[in-house]
Design a protein around this ligand. Structure first.
Ligand code: FMN
Length: 390
C-alpha cells in the first residue's frame, strides 16, 4: 500500500475529481467508462450530481467546536463516518486487489463495506480482510439454490447483513460499454477482443496487472450446482432471468435469518412495502444512474422516502456523493448515512487500497470541515435548519 500512497498524496490528489483523472489515465477506456458511465442519455447520472447544487447551507457562526462527532450506527454497527462503500461489481477488473483492497480500506477507516454478488474474490477472503462490518449484496443470478449457497457462506463468514438490490430487473443500457467492447473484454473469444485491443494496449500498466492476475475470472460466490462458478460473461442474461420480487423476500428472510437492507427504493410506496416485508433499512438509490435513465436524482426523492418511512426503519441514500458537503446535505434531508460508489472506485483504479483509503480520507476531512464551518458539532444534530432547498 505504501508503494502507491505517494501516487494519491496531496497536492497531486486533493479531491475525488483528481482521483477520477488518475483513474482515466490508468484504465483502458473500456474499463474507465464502465465505472464512470451511466444508462442511455446519462440524464439521471448528471441529475444525481446537479441535485446537490440545489441545496445551500445555513451556517451558525461564531461557534467553537472543540470536538466534531462524525460517528453513527447503521443496523447496530458502529461507524466512524456516515459513509459506507457501495457494492461495485467487477472491482477485480478495475484493480487486481479489487474487493479485498476496498474492504480492507473501509475497515481501516472505521466504516462498512458492501460486497457485490459480482465479485472476483471469494466472500470469505473479502470478509477476512476487514476488522469492520461487511455486508453482502444479493442478486438472484443463477437462481435460488445458488443464492442459498452464498447466503449460508456469508452467515458462516460473519457478514453483518445483506443488501437486496431491487432495481436490476435487467441490466441498464450503458451505451459506452457497447461501443467500447466491455462484453468482448469479459468474453472468452480472442478474435472478439482484437477490434478493441488498441485502447487496452495503450494502458500497459493496467494490462500487465490484469494478465498477471489471471485475466477474467469466474464468479466465486455464484456457484451453480454441478457447473461451478458462473462465468462473468453470463452476468447480463443471468440477471434478466432472476428478477428479485417482493414475494422472494419471505424466502430470503427464512434463509438469511438476519438484517436485510433493500437497495434501489425510489418511491414512498416501495419504502412502505419494504417495511411490510420486514426490511431493517432501505437505500434510496438509482444505481448511480446506471439502470433506468430518467428517474429522479436520489437527493430529490430522499424527503419522500424519509417521510413515508416515518422513523420505522433506517434510510440510507447513494448517488453522486463526491464531497463531504454532499454527505452533509443528504444527512440534513434525513439520511442516516450514505453509500459511495464511484468516489472510491476511482481511488481503487488509481492506486488500489491506497487509493480507496485516500478517497475515504478526503471525504472524512471534507465532512469535518463542513460541520465546523456550519457551526454544528455532530452529525446527529444535522437537520433541515442547516440547509435550504432552492
Ligand atoms: C462500476 C459500478 C458497478 C456497480 N455494481 C453494482 C452491483 O454489483 N450491485 C449493486 O447493487 N450496485 C452496483 N453499483 C451501484 C452502486 O452500488 C451505487 O448504487 C452507485 O455507484 C452510487 O452512485 P455513485 O457512483 O454516484 O456514488 C455499481 C456502480 C458502479 C459505478
Amino acid at each position: 500500500m505504501a508503494r502507491y500512497a505517494a501516487r494519491v498524496a496531496s497536492p497531486r490528489v486533493v479531491n475525488i475529481a483528481d482521483l477520477r483523472n488518475l483513474a482515466r489515465r490508468r484504465l483502458p477506456r473500456v474499463v474507465f467508462d464502465y465505472v464512470d458511465g451511466g444508462a442511455e442519455d446519462e440524464i439521471t447520472l448528471g441529475e444525481n450530481r446537479s441535485a446537490f447544487e440545489e441545496i445551500t447551507f445555513r451556517p451558525r457562526q461564531a461557534i467553537a467546536i472543540p470536538h466534531c462527532d462524525l460517528r453513527t450506527r447503521v443496523l447496530g454497527c458502529d461507524l466512524s463516518v456516515p459513509a459506507l462503500l457501495a457494492p461495485v461489481g467487477y472491482s477485480r477488473v478495475i484493480h487486481p486487489d479489487g474487493e479485498v483492497a476496498a474492504c480492507r480500506a473501509a475497515g481501516q477507516a472505521g466504516t462498512a463495506y458492501i460486497l457485490s454478488t459480482i465479485s472476483g474474490y471469494a466472500l470469505e477472503e473479502v470478509k477476512a480482510a476487514s476488522t469492520g462490518p461487511v455486508f453482502y449484496q444479493l442478486y438472484l443470478m443463477g437462481g435460488r439454490e445458488v443464492a442459498e449457497g452464498a447466503l449460508e457462506r456469508a452467515r458462516n463468514a460473519g457478514f453483518a447483513g445483506i443488501v437486496v438490490t431491487v432495481d436490476t430487473a435487467v441490466a441498464g443500457m450503458r451505451e459506452r460499454d457497447f461501443r467500447n467492447g466491455m462484453k468482448e473484454l469479459l468474453g472468452p473469444s480472442l478474435i472478439g477482443k482484437i477490434r478493441f485491443s488498441p485502447q487496452v494496449l495503450a494502458r500497459p500498466g493496467w494490462l500487465a496487472s490484469f494478465l498477471l492476475d489471471g485475466g477474467v475470472r469466474p464468479l466465486p460466490n455464484v456457484v451453480v450446482p454441478g457447473r461451478g462458478p458462473m462465468p462473468l460473461i453470463d452476468v447480463g442474461s443471468a440477471l434478466a432471468q432472476s428478477t428479485i420480487c417482493w414475494e422472494d423476500l419471505r424466502w430470503i428472510h427464512d434463509v438469511w435469518r438476519g438484517p436485510i437492507i433493500i437497495k434501489g427504493v425510489l418511491t414512498g410506496e416501495d419504502a412502505r412495502r419494504a417495511i411490510d416485508e420486514g426490511a431493517r433499512a432501505v437505500v434510496v438509490s438509482n444505481h448511480g444512474g446506471r439502470q433506468l435513465d430518467g428517474v429522479q436524482a436520489t437527493l430529490r426523492v430522499l424527503p419522500e422516502i424519509v417521510s413515508a418511512v416515518n422513523g420505522q426503519i433506517e434510510v440510507l441514500m447513494d448517488g453522486g456523493i463526491r464531497r463531504g458537503a454532499d454527505i452533509v446535505k443528504a444527512l440534513c434531508l434525513g439520511a442516516r448515512a450514505v453509500l459511495c460508489g464511484r468516489a472510491y472506485a476511482y481511488g481503487l483504479a488509481a492506486a488500489g487500497e491506497a487509493g480507496v483509503a485516500r478517497a475515504l480520507e478526503i471525504l472524512r476531512t471534507d465532512l469535518e470541515r463542513t460541520l465546523r464551518l456550519l457551526g454544528c458539532p455532530s452529525i446527529a444534530e444535522l437537520g433541515r435548519s442547516y440547509c435550504q432547498c432552492l
